[in-house]
Design a protein around this ligand. Structure first.
Ligand code: F6P
Length: 559
């Protein structure tokens, strides 16, 4: 195991600390003094245009950040990741989500731990395509001979958030009369509401779970199986025999997992199961078979375009020097805000309604990856790590929380994401509504950067205490990301961009961004508490006072 380099002991860290002391943020002045600022700090990455110029940086700060990346070995760690070194040390695993999107035929083939990774990835992709073709054209039929019209993905975390986010983003590409739905929460409301108007005869369930042990997913899968059997029996489509039930599962359930023996134990034929590998982290898995619901609803071509977008960004990161490496620069910028300027959160604000689940998706990607207090060798971190990611699509956010970003006391760096062409080009009279939408994007980033001085407020006729209330400090940093349109390829590029931003931050901090031990304790305790909920007196007595009190409240109030 390579020992992590302590970023805080590097000369670049000391330089940045000095820059922080000397920093006098002045985006107005910086733009006025440098007509080339926007161009110099803008980058093109595949189809993405990324403008970093409204960030609190100058050439010296950016150069120091690049040196920090160099001195902490970010590029080398990325190369180790790509080649299959077990950089996920706590689980002793390679980290190879980038292999999921390598096109077929690259030489030399990627062989890791004796496994021909390329061959296995493309074998599963071919099986997914063949299955998707059958379902989409209707030759795969439900137990009563009807075509599938609804695909319900049952999964949680990485086995849910990615598919939901991508499906919502690319819904305009759904072209086969198949609607995808998603059940994740163990709150029975989720399954009850999602299935309420579905016909079991035309519904296909995908049980998506890397481990196939997740309580929520397996519980929901059993509930869905009961719903299927009961619905089919009620309709007279099957009798109650074990044989008929088995047949119904064979026609209406498929699975995606790394644990195919557990899939079989659940009763799903492994011929109808799609595998992936322990070197794909859940939050990095939407581009694996976990994306099966997308292949079915959006089509294999759209899915493969998504993968091509990811790959274009992977290539950029692997082959571009740090000073022009967009995801790495953005990751280093986040380090600047987190560790030197005191930011505790980061807003992601898509100006695209279709990206309404993108911030939620990024919350798992970034916070499950970088919410760590120890480094990859088990030693304590030497500085703050993962910030809180959050956001909502514009313009809804403008009427909710932007007030705090504009005039609050906290520094909140924000990424604005917009597209030149809308999915639905509607006109309001002779006005292009999408143009008006983008005018809001530009207005917000401008207001955040340049603010409004007291003199400007007064010049509009405001006097007294209202002047201060109407003044905007400006110098609130934003990154603007534009793309031509929200296509599958562009979405793949965006996801890969954030994957590698996350990677870069983790590498600087010396943490393992690919494990998630922090979610385990709650899972264990839920299993210990469950008997107390069912009335087990010993389990109740074993609880702490607060938990016992809440359990007693539950016991008293449940009907
Ligand atoms: O929340 C923890 C976690 O392990 C995530 O990392 C993962 O995406 C999710 O649970 C679901 O896990 P699985 O796909 O194994 O059901």
């Amino acid at each position: 195991m390579t020992a992590p380099i302590d970023a805080t002991t590097t000369s670049a860290w000391a330089e940045l600390a000095q820059h922080k002391v000397e920093l006098k943020p002045d985006l107005r002045g910086w733009f006025a003094a440098d007509a080339q600022r926007a161009q110099r700090f803008s980058f093109d990455l595949a189809d993405l245009h990324v403008d970093l110029s409204k960030n609190l940086i100058d050439d010296d700060i950016l150069a120091a950040l690049v040196r920090l990346g160099e001195q902490t070995g970010v590029t080398e760690r990325f190369a180790r990741m790509l080649s299959g070194v077990h950089i996920n040390t706590t689980e002793d695993r390679a980290v190879l989500h980038t292999a999921l999107r390598r096109p077929a035929g690259i030489q030399p083939a990627l062989v890791v731990d004796g496994q021909d990774v390329d061959a296995e990835v493309h074998d599963v992709l071919a099986r997914m395509r063949a299955f998707a073709d059958r379902v989409r054209e209707g030759s795969w039929k439900g137990v009563t001979g009807k075509k599938v019209t609804h695909v319900v993905n049952i999964g949680i975390g990485g086995s849910d958030l990615g598919p939901v986010m991508v499906y919502e983003a690319l819904k305009p590409y759904a072209d086969a009369g198949i609607e995808a739905r998603f059940i994740s929460n163990i709150d029975p409301t989720d399954l009850a509401q999602t299935t309420a108007d579905l016909d079991p005869a035309t519904t296909l369930f995908i049980v998506a779970s890397k481990t196939f042990t997740t309580l929520e997913t397996l519980t929901n899968a059993r509930l869905a199986r009961d719903w299927l059997w009961q619905g089919l029996q009620k309709a007279g489509a099957i009798d109650g025999s074990d044989e008929a039930k088995k047949d119904a599962v064979a026609h209406h359930f498929v699975a995606v997992s790394t644990a195919l023996e557990k899939v079989a134990a659940f009763g799903i034929d492994t011929d109808n199961a799609f595998g992936f590998w322990d070197w794909v982290g859940g939050r990095y898995s939407v581009d694996s078979a976990i994306g099966l619901s997308l292949e079915l609803a959006l089509g294999p071509d759209a899915f493969e375009e998504l993968l091509a977008g990811y790959h274009a960004v992977d290539l950029h990161v692997a082959s571009t020097p740090l000073a022009q490496n967009v995801p790495m620069l953005m990751g280093l910028l986040n380090v600047w805000y987190n560790n030197f300027l005191g930011a505790q959160s980061h807003a992601v604000l898509p100006y695209a309604q279709l990206l309404h689940r993108f911030p939620a998706y990024l919350q798992q990607l970034t916070m499950e990856s970088n919410g760590k207090s120890v480094r990859w060798d088990g030693s304590p971190v030497t500085t703050d790590t993962g910030e809180v990611f959050w956001g909502e699509p514009g313009t809804n956010g403008q009427h909710a929380f932007y007030q705090l970003i504009h005039q609050g006391t906290r520094l909140i760096p924000a990424d604005f994401i917009g597209f030149a062409n809308p999915a639905y080009p509607l006109q309001d009279g002779d006005r292009d509504v999408h143009g008006l939408f983008l005018a809001n994007f530009l207005a917000q980033t401008k207001a955040l950067a340049f603010g409004k001085t007291a003199a400007e407020v007064e010049a509009e006729g405001t006097t007294g205490p209202l002047v201060a209330a109407r003044t905007f400090s400006g110098n609130r940093p934003t990154t603007s990301i534009f793309a031509p349109a929200l296509t599958p390829r562009v979405l793949g590029e965006l996801i890969a961009l954030y994957e590698h931003i996350t990677f870069t931050q983790g590498a600087v901090w010396g943490i393992n961004s690919f494990d998630q031990w922090g979610v385990e304790l709650g899972k264990q305790l839920a299993l210990q508490i469950a008997p107390a909920i069912e009335g087990d007196a010993d389990a109740l007595a074993a609880q702490d006072g607060s938990t016992r009190g809440l359990l007693e409240y539950y016991a008293t109030h449940r009907k």
